[in-house]
Every structure is written in C-alpha cells, then in structure tokens.
Design a protein around this ligand. Structure first.
Ligand code: HEC
Length: 154
C-alpha cells in the first residue's frame, strides 16, 4: 500500500516535471510552423536569395552571451542589410516579431536551436525583455551580427 502510494507520487511528480518542457517544445514547433517556415523552411535550410539557413549555423552563437543577445535582437528588432551565411550572401528583410509574447519567442528560438542545431538548453527568456528595452534599428542588427561572428565565430 505504502509502496504503491510512493510509486504514484513519483509518477505524478515525473509527469508534472516533464509537462512544462513538452508544452514549451510543442509551442515552439507551432510558432515556427506558423511564423517562420514560409522563409526559413521546415528543415531550417532557408532558401537562397530569400532567407538564410537556421540549420547548423547557430550553435556557436547560442553558446555565448553576445550571441544570445543578438538572437533576441533579431526577433525583436528584425534585420536588414547584407549578411553572409555558409558562404552565401543574403540581403533580405527579417521582419520584427516584437508583437509576440516573450514566451512564444523563447519557445520558437529554443525549437530552432534544439531541432536544427543540437542545442538542448532552452533559450533564456529574459533576453527578450532586455532586447525590448534596448531595441535597435533593423540595419544595426546586421552590424551587430558581424561583430558577434567576429567575436565567437560562425
Ligand atoms: C519574411 C521572411 C522571414 C520570416 C517570416 C522569418 N525570417 Fe528570419 N530571417 C529572414 C531574413 C531575410 C534574414 C536575414 C536578414 C538579412 O539578410 O539581413 C533572417 C535572419 C534570421 C536569423 C539570423 C540568422 C543568422 O545567421 O544570424 C534568425 C535567428 C531568424 N531569422 C529566425 C527567425 C525566426 C525564429 C522566425 C519566426 C519567428 C523568422 N526568422 C521568420 C527572413 C525571415
């Protein structure tokens, strides 16, 4: 009796612990599919002349503070200006997603990092409040990108 109660308690705790993570990852997939796929494609490979790849290109920046600040700026401030990714040039228009709540933005970028870049840690949500408080002109975000890549590598 005591034993089955213990098992039940552990089960409930395990479900309780795993649920928020799974809810966040389902939310990330939904935001990515509804907001990002049209340009960056379902495999995260982007499309030449339209949008850069998000697959296999973001792990180094995800591991650095300045890189994470940059990702939050891309979503809050958008980005214009010529950039290079995997040796290809892009000069498109990444729209701002500042209208979405921080939680959806964090879920989307966590999804991109986990699914396409093998980065399992969830993206820290507080980066978005910081980016909103210091939003940039979208042309300055591509300059920030160049500085961050010079610092941490591509
Ligand atoms: C209308 C097309 C479009 C949509 C929709 C879009 N993006 Fe982008 N994204 C771009 C373009 C274009 C760039 C590069 C901008 C440039 O050339 O300066 C970019 C750049 C990025 C970058 C920076 C990549 C790097 O190598 O530094 C990230 C991260 C990103 N987008 C994530 C997202 C996420 C997440 C979403 C959905 C919430 C999204 N994008 C929706 C077009 C789009």
């Amino acid at each position: 009796m005591a034993q089955s109660f213990l098992i039940l308690t552990l089960l409930v705790a395990a479900i309780g612990l795993s649920f928020p993570a799974r809810a966040a990852s389902a939310e990330g997939a939904t935001v990515y599919t509804t907001r990002c796929v049209v340009c960056h494609q379902s495999d995260g490979e982007g499309a030449p002349g339209l949008a850069p790849p998000l697959a296999g290109t973001l792990a180094k920046r995800a591991a650095s503070d300045s890189g994470r600040k940059y990702f939050a700026q891309v979503l809050i401030s958008g980005m214009v200006g010529t950039i290079k990714s995997r040796g290809m040039k892009f000069n498109g228009n990444m729209p701002t997603f500042a209208a979405l709540p921080d939680q959806e933005l964090a879920a989307a970028i966590s999804y991109v990092l986990r699914t396409f870049n093998d980065v399992s840690e969830p993206f820290p949500i507080e980066n978005f409040a910081a980016a909103r408080a210091a939003a940039l002109a979208s042309a300055d975000v591509s300059k920030l990108r160049a500085r961050v890549i010079a610092e941490v590598g591509e």
